[in-house]
Design a protein around this ligand. Sequence first.
Ligand code: V0V
Length: 141
Amino acid sequence: AIRRIDHVGIAVPDLDEALAFYRDTFGLVAEHEEVNEEQGVREAMLVPADGDPSTGRVQLLAPLRADSAIGKFLDRSGPGIQQMAYTVDDIEKTSEELRAKGLRLLYDAPRRGTAGSRINFVHPKDTGGVLVELVEPGGAH
Ligand code: V0V
């Protein structure tokens, strides 16, 4: 089952520039930063500097390569919201429930996401145009 909004993912061309913009404009700061080679991204998870730490996060996603998911998204759509991510308790179970409803999951088995999480995605053509990510948090989240 889906528990809460985990994060909203935003594609950006330059992570350092975006980090400075979010800090100076909205007071959102990185609680975690990571390079994920498999996903082709350099990413940062943002939380309000003085706010509720249990809040849904903003994930800034910058491409490592032009042919990555974020590279292609930036080419096609420009910077902006790329994904909506939900926290789940059991990613295999939720993936199976969604497959049983006829939705296409992008991966047969979960892959590695930020901070030791396990992730999968639902194809945006099966969700009314939103790339939905399922996140089973790792210990560090
Ligand atoms: C593509 N489309 C989208 C979309 N990306 N629609 C909504 N949101 C998006 N993000 C549309 C696109 O406009 C096309 O519509 C159609 O889907 C098929 O496009 P495509 O040519 O197959 O597009 P590709 O080759 O760019 O692939 C799209 C998918 C790809 C979703 C399959 O981006 C993917 O594998 N994403 C999952 C991995 C990912 O996003 N990694 C980066 C974040 P028309 O023109 O046919 O109508 S990594 C991450 O989140 C981490 C590490 C974490 O959270 O921990």
